[in-house]
Design a protein around this ligand. Structure first.
Ligand code: SF4
Length: 162
């Protein structure tokens, strides 16, 4: 396994990442449009991918091709990640945040102009990073379910619980 700093280095242009995965550049762009991946953007505007990004994309490909989950299904699984518990979003901000009240898309696809996420870099965020491969999603959710802020009493929201 690569050390983290090597795996995190954004060294691959979009064509190389697509080649590694055996998919087209258009498919990779579609995953970005659908909110499944946040590529690094160079100053020139070109996308760059790390080996961790490639692992994340492999997980998505597996879900789509072998487990027949579909893009919409993957997006909805990512939408269930309790981001508010991971970043420590205060209760008053939760109830006004679409990432908390809706279950249609991951938190990083919404605009966050006036809450705790307004100035955060989603690509560097623990929510996005730590749930990047198939195995980590389940184990992270298991850990989070034991956090008291997710109990109905402490995390009471309008419509969404994990
Ligand atoms: S910073 Fe981005 S990825 Fe992290 S919780 Fe906020 S919206 Fe989600």
């Amino acid at each position: 396994m690569e050390p983290d700093n090597v795996a995190d280095a954004t060294v691959l242009p979009i064509s190389s990442a697509a080649h590694l995965l055996g998919i087209s550049v258009q498919t990779l762009r579609m995953y970005e449009r659908e909110g499944l991946i946040i590529p690094h953007k160079r100053q020139s505007g070109q996308r760059a991918y790390s080996l961790k990004d490639v692992d994340r994309l492999r997980c998505i490909r597996k879900a789509v091709n072998e487990e027949r989950v579909g893009i919409e299904g993957v997006r909805r699984v990512l939408a269930l990640i309790p981001c508010w518990a991971i970043v420590g979003c205060p209760q008053e901000e939760r109830v006004a945040c679409r990432a908390y009240t809706e279950a249609s898309a991951p938190c990083w696809t919404f605009k966050h102009e006036s809450n705790i996420c307004a100035t955060r870099d989603c690509r560097a965020c623990d929510v996005y990073k730590s749930l990047g491969d198939c195995a980590s999603i389940k184990s992270r959710l298991r850990d989070l379910l034991s956090v008291s802020s997710l109990t109905p009493e402490a995390g009471r929201g309008p419509s969404r619980r994990v």
